[in-house]
Design a protein around this ligand. Structure first.
Ligand code: HEC
Ligand code: HEC
Length: 315
């Protein structure tokens, strides 16, 4: 190497160093807001959240020196700020009990599916990775929250009667409701084929997932990544009751969720149009059209599966 070239390299090196040092002063805002009301869970569960999630999902962020170096810091600050906006264990008191339950379930779900903690973060914080034992601890905790007590007979009879009304479509409104994002209720789903059933262990409900012909054919031919336009999926939900003999019974109809595939029309929500209709009155769910972002956010860990959880059973 000529001495001229050596000088050029040295010069570039010094300029980059100065640039890097100067950049350290360009710091996006990362506040430490007060803890208003922390989530209350058993210590072993809290320990897992603290280790793997708190840096981005609490006001008790503890950054390592490596996180504080710009440009890494820019990325970190962005993740902490958006992470807190989505889920904040330090401001748990700002959620209603129902929201708390949903968020907790969502958190465990993201962790179980490997979607959280973020892969880029886990790479530089290996201790944040969740072990099989951690996941078991989280799942056991959720399972323990379920109420396994037998329901009284009058409740069972009343809810069973509602289930029969659902089957016979006796009480459905004649004029079909439309969700705030323009998706109408689709009464046809009762005639679609069930793709699978599931009973979510943590909240005492039973559910059946149905698919229209396009969806069923796509599932048969393994064309579900992505699902074709026109595919429709429905998830119907009932309460699950336990009688005094310990038998599980289908109770009242709770709601039906719809996902309608149209890659272009619903591009902003993963190519799926979401809608939910509650109770036999089929009341559209959501206060604003933004309700669908709640749906897609929880379905996001299944991104590689075109946002669908259900693995269809083969017909
Ligand atoms: C490095 C930062 C970081 C860590 C660590 C992290 N998350 Fe996240 N999390 C985010 C960000 C950012 C989002 C917003 C969506 C996105 O960008 O993926 C998010 C979104 C979520 C959501 C979706 C919430 C909603 O309503 O949209 C859940 C649930 C979640 N994280 C749970 C967890 C859990 C549980 C852990 C620990 C096991 C964890 N996260 C660890 C950054 C993080
Ligand atoms: C708390 C997380 C969560 C939220 C919020 C959520 N879903 Fe889901 N969804 C699931 C899970 C998990 C499944 C898989 C079936 C099961 O276990 O119930 C599912 C299944 C579905 C299915 C059947 C297809 C599939 O992906 O398996 C439809 C349709 C559906 N959801 C629609 C909706 C709609 C519409 C909304 C918003 C109004 C919504 N979901 C909000 C978690 C969620």
């Amino acid at each position: 190497m000529s001495s001229n070239k050596k000088h050029t390299f040295l010069g570039i090196g010094i300029i980059m160093l100065i640039l890097l040092i100067t950049l350290q002063f360009l710091r996006p805002d990362l506040k430490t807001p007060p803890v208003t009301g922390e989530i209350s869970v058993p210590v072993n569960v809290k320990a897992i959240f603290k280790r793997s999630c708190y840096d981005c999902h609490s006001n008790q962020t503890k950054l390592g020196w490596g996180d504080k170096i710009v440009p890494i810091y820019w990325q970190v600050a962005k993740h902490v700020n958006t992470g807190r906006a989505h889920l904040n264990f330090s401001e748990w008191d700002k959620l209603t009990p129902v929201e708390q339950k949903t968020k907790l379930w969502e958190a465990v779900n993201h962790a179980t599916l490997g979607a959280m903690p973020r892969a880029d973060y886990a790479l530089i914080h290996p201790s944040a990775k969740l072990s099989t034992a951690d996941i078991a601890t989280l799942k056991n905790y959720l399972a323990g929250l379920v109420d396994h007590k037998a329901s009284d007979t009058s409740k069972i009879n009343a809810e069973n009667a509602q289930y029969k009304l659902w089957i016979n479509e006796k009480q459905e409104p004649v004029k079909h409701p439309v969700a705030l994002n323009g998706i109408p209720y689709d009464p046809d789903y009762k005639n679609w084929l069930p793709l699978s059933t599931s009973d979510r262990f943590e909240n005492g409900t039973m559910r059946v997932i149905f698919g229209n012909d396009i969806a069923v054919n796509a599932a048969k031919n393994g064309q579900t990544r992505p699902w074709p336009d026109g595919a429709r999926l429905a998830k119907a939900l009932w309460t699950q009751l336990v009688d005094t003999a310990g038998n599980t019974r289908t109770g009242a109809f709770v709601q039906v969720d719809l996902m309608i595939k149209n890659a272009q029309k619903y591009a902003s929500t993963g190519g799926w149009g979401f809608a939910r209709f509650k109770t036999l009155k089929l009341a559209p769910y959501g206060k604003t059209t933004m309700f669908a972002s709640e749906c897609i956010n929880c379905h996001r860990p299944m991104k590689n599966n075109d946002f669908v959880f259900t693995v269809p059973v083969k017909h």
